[in-house]
Ligand binder design. Structure first.
Ligand code: SAM
Length: 340
C-alpha cells in the first residue's frame, strides 16, 4: 500500500476510538484561532464568517454633481439607504455589486463600489485640501480616489504601489474616477522613510495583510490564501512598513494604519512595535465611531485588544478599533497615530 499523502494544512489530532488517525483541517485551525481572538464560540465563528457584506457605494463628487448622480441611480430603480456618518455613502438595498458595476454611471466614474469598513478608514484619516498625503500601499485605489474626492483634487497625493500590474489598475481607477491630483509611484513602501523623512501631513498605510476580514467560509476554498506562516511573515513586513510610514510624517502629522485582518500579530502587535520604538508616536481616539449616527453600527466595533496568546500590547491600543465582520461591514482594523 502506498503512503497516505498528507495535506500541508492537516495537523494530526488525537486518535479516535476506532484508533484511526483523524486530522485538524485548515478550517478547524482557522475557526479555533478566530474563536480565541474574538472570544466567541466556534459555532459563532462559523456564523460570523458566513455572511456577505451589503453592497455599499460612494457617490463620487469628482465626476458629476452628487445629487444628480443619486437621482440618476434612483431612476434606475436602485434603493439607496444613506449612511449618516459618511457623506455621499449609501447601501444599495436591492442590487448586488455585479449588477451595479454594469451601469453607465459606474463606467463614467460617478460612483465607486466600496466596503463600508474601507470607507471608514479614509474618513478617520480626515484628509484636508492643503495636505501633502502619502498612500503607501495604494492599489487598486479605493482609498486613494476617496482621498482625492474628499479633498476635491486640491491635496497633493502620492499613491505608491509595489507591484507593476497593480499600478496599472491603480492608474485606470484614478482616471475613471477623476482623481487628477494623484501622482503614482512604483516603489517599496519600506524605502519611503529614507527618501521622504518628515515630509507628509498624512500617511495612509493600508497594509498588505492576511485578509481574514474578507473570508467567506461558504465560498470555494475560502482559506486558500490563509496560513499561520503567512501571518508571521507579513508581520515582519508590516513592522518595516509602519516604521517607514511614521518616519515620513511631519511633526503634528497623522498616520492611519489599517488592515482587513483580525490577527493581533498584524494589528495591535504592529502598532505596539511602533509605539515602543518611537516615543513621539501617539495613538489617538477614533471619534467618528462614538458620533451620533454611528450607533447602529457600534455593535460591530470593538476596542483593540491588550493581551492575546501570551503577548501584551501597549495599554493605549484600546484606542484602536477592530471591526467584526457582519452583513454590513467587513472585518477590519484601524489605528490612528500622530507624531508629537
Ligand atoms: C490592502 S492592499 C491596498 C488596498 C488599497 N489601499 C485600496 O484601498 O484600494 C495592499 C497593497 O499593498 C501592496 N504592497 C505589498 N507590499 C508592499 C510594499 N512593500 N510596498 C508598497 N506596497 C506594497 C500590495 O501589492 C497591495 O496592492
Amino acid at each position: 500500500m502506498g503512503k497516505r499523502k498528507r495535506s500541508n494544512y492537516k495537523v494530526p489530532r488525537k486518535r479516535s476510538f476506532s484508533n484511526k488517525k483523524t486530522y485538524y483541517t485548515k478550517e478547524d485551525i482557522f475557526i479555533s484561532r478566530m474563536a480565541s481572538i474574538l472570544r466567541v464560540s466556534k459555532g459563532e465563528i462559523k456564523n460570523i464568517f458566513s455572511q456577505r457584506a451589503r453592497t455599499t457605494i460612494r457617490v463620487n463628487g469628482l465626476k458629476g454633481d452628487v445629487n444628480e448622480t443619486v437621482q440618476l441611480l434612483k431612476k434606475r430603480d436602485l434603493i439607496l439607504i444613506p449612511i449618516k456618518w459618511g457623506p455621499n455613502i449609501y447601501f444599495v438595498d436591492n442590487k448586488d455589486k455585479s449588477e451595479i458595476s454594469q451601469l453607465e454611471e459606474y463606467r463614467q466614474g460617478r460612483f465607486y463600489i466600496q466596503n463600508l469598513s474601507s470607507i471608514l478608514a479614509t474618513l478617520v484619516l480626515n484628509p484636508q485640501k492643503d495636505d501633502t498625503i502619502l498612500d503607501m500601499c495604494s492599489a487598486p485605489g479605493s482609498k486613494t480616489t476617496h482621498i482625492a474626492d474628499i479633498t476635491k483634487n486640491k491635496a497633493k497625493i502620492l499613491a505608491n504601489e509595489l507591484e507593476v500590474s497593480r499600478t496599472n489598475s491603480l492608474r485606470n481607477v484614478t482616471e475613471q474616477f477623476g482623481a487628477d491630483s494623484v501622482k503614482i509611484t512604483l516603489s517599496d513602501g519600506r524605502d519611503f522613510g529614507k527618501k521622504y523623512p518628515d515630509y507628509f501631513d498624512r500617511v495612509l498605510l493600508d497594509s498588505p495583510c492576511s485578509g481574514e476580514g474578507r473570508i467567506y467560509l461558504r465560498g470555494q476554498k475560502p482559506l486558500r490564501f490563509w496560513s499561520i506562516k503567512k501571518i508571521k511573515s507579513l508581520s515582519f513586513l508590516q513592522r518595516d512598513l509602519i516604521e517607514s510610514a511614521f518616519i515620513t510624517l511631519k511633526t503634528g502629522g497623522t498616520l492611519l494604519y489599517s488592515t482587513c485582518t483580525l490577527e493581533p500579530e498584524e494589528n495591535e502587535g504592529i502598532v505596539t512595535y511602533l509605539l515602543k520604538k518611537h516615543s513621539n508616536a501617539k495613538l489617538e481616539e477614533i471619534k467618528i465611531v462614538k458620533s451620533d449616527g454611528f450607533e447602529k453600527f457600534r455593535n460591530y466595533i470593538q476596542k483593540g485588544i491588550t493581551h492575546w496568546s501570551g503577548n501584551d500590547y501597549h495599554p493605549d491600543i484600546e484606542k484602536s478599533i477592530r471591526i467584526i465582520p457582519s452583513s454590513e461591514m467587513m472585518g477590519f482594523y484601524i489605528a490612528k497615530i500622530t507624531k508629537v
